[in-house]
Design a protein around this ligand. Structure first.
Ligand code: KG4
Ligand code: ZN
Length: 335
């Protein structure tokens, strides 16, 4: 069974051909990073226009890469929620149009569930129930995953997403966009004990997140009264590396502690991660440590499958197609 997946929820235009929910025949990801870099974040209107300009070429390249033609495809899948409304609309409209013209089944996929499915593209022995942590530029959500397709939300961010905090801190430090990979790299040279930034755990046993206070604390530390506390004799590069490492440690502490808490509360058999921030090397290391402590496996997708991609969409779509979960062409996008 061959599925064409399409993903345009944020700032990557992606199309992929996946066989039987597992074998990636092609995966084309066109990043818009260069278009948004000057703004330090994704500009929704620019994202929608860029998707519109490139979607047909990206689908074409995915077909060519897999040496396939449109009539050979069995179904078409697209992420229809959540994301930027104008961006989602481009992918959904392209998918619906292809389904209508080719008379193929249309499968609508939740973008966050697809991030979790990125693990299933590489492993077929994932134990359920599992706790899944989706951490991206737009979302920070913990799910109780009962199967590859059934995910019950347990908690989410009440303000900024973790990836958004990485991007904003990078901007405060005068570094580039997207901030996550830059901070990750810089933090390796820094001391994570250098600055004590706040960790927001919210009320006891809460599985919700909050990162806006941490972002503000970094801003005050760099520009405000608190800036005196940094070792003024250290060269700028080292100061920035120490701030990056200390900030990253604060984010990772909260992510790992809440994921571990959820795993214990729901007595799960495994932990899954997904989304751009799941590419973070410190988070991956700390989750590995947590895996040993809890004696359950922790899965992190390959780096190229952490950030937005259509292979995870096409993969999950196969698992929805099997029990007949086909969408009508009147389905809406939900931001
Ligand atoms: O999943 P994704 O591609 O898009 C959304 O659905 O939002 O995630 C993008 C986010 C950005 O905020 C980016 O800074 C962050 O993932 N990111 C990272 C790393 N690589 C990407 N954050 C921390 N460490 C990384 N290595
Ligand atoms: Zn995403």
């Amino acid at each position: 069974m061959l599925i064409l997946g399409i993903e345009t929820s944020c700032d990557e235009t992606s199309a992929s051909l996946v066989k039987d929910g597992r074998e990636i025949l092609s995966s084309v990801i066109l990043s818009q990073d260069a278009l948004h870099r000057n703004f330090g974040g994704v500009v929704p209107e620019i994202a929608s226009r860029a998707h519109l300009e490139s979607i047909i070429g990206v689908i074409d390249n995915a077909l060519t890469g897999a040496k396939m033609q449109l009539p050979e495809i069995d179904a078409i899948a697209v992420a229809h929620t959540p994301g930027l409304i104008g961006a989602l609309l481009i992918g959904v409209t392209a998918a619906k149009t292809l389904c209508m013209v080719l008379n193929k089944p249309f499968i609508a996929v939740d973008h966050l569930h697809a991030h979790i499915y990125a693990n299933n593209l590489e492993h077929d022995d994932i134990p359920y129930p599992a706790v899944s942590l989706v951490v991206s530029g737009g979302h920070t959500t913990l799910f109780l995953s009962e199967s590859e397709t059934k995910h019950v939300p347990l908690g989410w961010t009440i303000d900024d997403a973790a990836g958004e905090a990485f991007d904003k801190v990078s901007k405060i430090l005068g570094l580039g966009y997207p901030g996550g990979p830059i901070i990750d790299k810089l933090a390796r040279r820094g001391n994570h004990h250098a600055v004590t930034f706040p960790r927001a755990y919210l009320e006891k046993d809460s599985l919700d997140f909050s990162f806006s206070g941490l972002k503000t604390a970094v801003l005050y530390h760099c520009r405000g009264q608190d800036s005196q506390k940094t070792d003024t004799k250290a060269p700028f590069d080292q100061k920035a590396a120490d701030i990056a490492a200390s900030f990253q440690e604060a984010v990772v502490d909260v992510l790992v502690d809440k994921t571990t808490l959820a795993a214990k509360m729901y007595n799960v058999r495994g932990i899954l991660t997904g989304g751009g921030v799941a590419a973070n090397s410190r988070l991956r290391q700390r989750l590995k440590d947590a895996s040993k402590e809890l004696s359950i496996p922790v899965y992190c997708p390959a780096i190229r499958l952490c950030t937005d991609n259509a292979a995870m969409v096409a993969g999950l779509a196969y698992k929805k197609y099997l029990p007949g979960d086909i969408a009508g062409l009147d389905i809406e996008v939900i931001p």
